[in-house]
Design a binder for this molecule. Structure first.
Ligand code: ADP
Length: 518
């Protein structure tokens, strides 16, 4: 028996054991057992329920062995004192029913006592098992508790990650759409909603092909869906620079789409994610660049063709009458001036816009600047008997900027005013201060600008067809004026009535940090 026992005990720890037993003989038999088998029990014996209660008030045990019937109570009363301490119930011979009840009430095991105390032979094993059982139960509980905390932490972490993903996707400036392998929409961010005109909820009830229609801007045919392309090729796919998205309401958006497969760890494709960028602005800039290059070439070719034609004619005919030759040479001369002005204008614009030239930012006397401009243009105004009028206010404040550019800006405006005003007309320049702004007004009572042309007059090369006839010009003057105004953090407005005249008003910030684009 002791040998068997020795096999079972796994550590050399002393067990704390409480025996609740009112029978003196049984108590002694227990003590004898412990002694004889040298059991590592640190035990106490309670001879009644009351004694057990007082011991258990202050002590805990690894195991409690209790007799069923105690003089002042039963084993069930003892059970109530134990908390989670394992208990073994010992009942009188033949009282199986009580034993079963005790098990149901939470006893770990029961033993039927016999007069010869044979049951004690197995007691050490039962004790050992009860303690091990308790240990396993505790370990299991701890594991379970840890698991619960772990699951809770992981769930919170997942919720946070989901939230972060949602915030990231919604704050992206590109549309993001993800589908599963059956092309069902699983993700659709705000920009995708705005571009396609479909809400995520509605989109989920459709296939992605209904929601995302992309056509080729040139052929007007629907292009192969980026999702299909990825599912076919298994690689990343991009659209072309002619792709146009047709939204739910039929609006069109130039887009650039890139789609990539979503793979499982084993490499299998489980979906596709696509990023959709609205490239309206980029395409517009590209178009403007192309337009600009073609208009520059056109504008340069026109005077050049004429120069070439007249010089060729002169060269072909050595006997050309003097007067005709002079007329032709005058035209060549004028066209060369035109060409020179065009090239200078273009260079001026590109210098300002590229920021290649360093502009000075100095205090200037605007009155002197205006006087210089008028002195330079007086001769030109006199040719058509145009009266130049000035109205310079007091206390104008200190304008800071690039004096040369400001002079060129006023020169362009006054030059136009003289050019587009009939003989004996009037051109006025007034300057005054309004709050923290210097206001320069150049007005004339000339031919005026048609309403529909007003939004375009600051465009490069734009000239109003009627007024431009016979009046030399490049269509670059106002584009340069606008650039100079912007450079000084100012703004320009125009008012005009056909046959009544035109007024350009320039607002420039005074003495402020705003005038720092220089
Ligand atoms: P340009 O004077 O070389 O033609 P601008 O860019 O200076 O080019 O002006 C663009 C066009 O705006 C002119 O061709 C003209 O049709 C119109 N315009 C500008 N200023 C006036 C004005 N004061 N009165 C009438 N039309 C004007």
């Amino acid at each position: 028996m002791s040998c068997q026992l020795g096999d079972k005990i796994t550590d050399n720890k002393t067990y704390k054991v409480l025996l609740v037993e009112d029978d003196k003989l049984d108590q002694m038999a227990f003590e004898r057992l412990v002694k004889e088998q040298e059991l590592a029990y640190d035990y106490r014996i309670a001879g009644s329920y009351a004694q057990a209660k007082s011991i258990l008030d202050s002590e805990k045990f690894d195991v409690v062995i209790t007799d069923y019937s105690l003089g002042d109570g039963t084993a069930f009363d003892v059970f109530n004192l134990l908390g989670d301490m394992p208990v073994i119930c010992a009942t009188g011979a033949g009282d199986q029913e009580t034993a079963v009840k005790a098990m149901k009430a939470g006893a770990y095991d029961y033993m039927i006592k016999d007069f010869a105390h044979n049951y004690l032979k197995v007691l050490p094993q039962v004790v050992e098992k009860a303690i091990n059982h308790k240990k396993t139960k505790d370990a299991l509980k701890e594991y379970h508790d840890n698991l619960e905390t772990l699951v809770k932490q992981r769930t919170e972490q997942l919720a946070e990650e989901k939230e972060l993903l949602a915030v990231t996707l919604s704050s992206m400036s590109d549309g993001v759409i993800a589908v599963d392998a059956q092309k069902r929409i699983i993700l659709f961010n705000k920009v995708a909603e705005d571009l396609t005109g479909w809400s995520f909820n509605d989109a989920q009830t459709k296939t992605v092909d209904d929601v995302l229609r992309i056509i080729d801007d040139k052929t007007k045919k629907v292009v192969q869906s980026p999702f299909d392309k990825v599912l076919d090729s298994g690689g990343t796919e991009s659209g072309t620079d002619r792709d146009v998205l047709i939204a739910k309401d039929g609006s069109r958006y130039p887009v650039y789409a890139t789609a990539a497969p979503i793979r499982k760890e084993d490499g299998a494709i489980i979906g596709v994610v696509m990023v959709l960028r609205d490239v309206a602005r980029e395409r517009e800039i590209d178009r403007m660049k192309t337009d600009f290059v073609s208009s520059v070439s056109h504008e340069l070719r026109t005077p050049l063709t004429s120069i070439k034609a007249y010089t060729a004619t002169i060269l072909r005919d050595p006997n050309m009458p003097e007067q005709v030759r002079n007329e032709f040479l005058t035209i060549v001369n004028e066209e060369s001036d035109m060409l020179k002005n065009l090239i200078e204008g273009l260079l001026e614009i590109s210098r300002i816009e590229s920021g290649a030239v360093k502009f000075s930012r100095e205090p200037m006397d605007i009155t002197t600047v205006i006087e210089q401009v008028l002195a330079g243009l007086q001769h030109f105004a006199d040719k058509t008997n145009i009266h130049l009028k000035t109205d310079i206010g007091d206390e104008l404040g200190q304008l800071q900027g690039d004096e040369g550019k400001i002079q060129s800006m006023i020169m362009n405006l006054v030059n136009n005013a003289i050019k587009f005003t009939q003989e004996n007309g009037e051109v006025s320049i007034s300057v005054r201060r309004e709050g923290n702004e210097l206001v320069i007004i150049v007005g004339d009572n000339g031919m005026g600008i048609p309403k529909e042309a007003l939004p375009r007059i600051f465009d490069r090369f734009y000239r109003v067809i009627q007024s431009g006839k016979g009046i030399p010009g490049t269509g670059l003057g106002l584009a340069i004026v606008k650039d100079i105004v912007n450079m000084h953090a100012g703004r320009i407005e125009v008012q005009s009535e056909i046959g009544q005249g035109t007024t350009f008003t320039v607002f420039l910030p005074l003495n402020t940090q705003a005038a720092l684009y220089l």
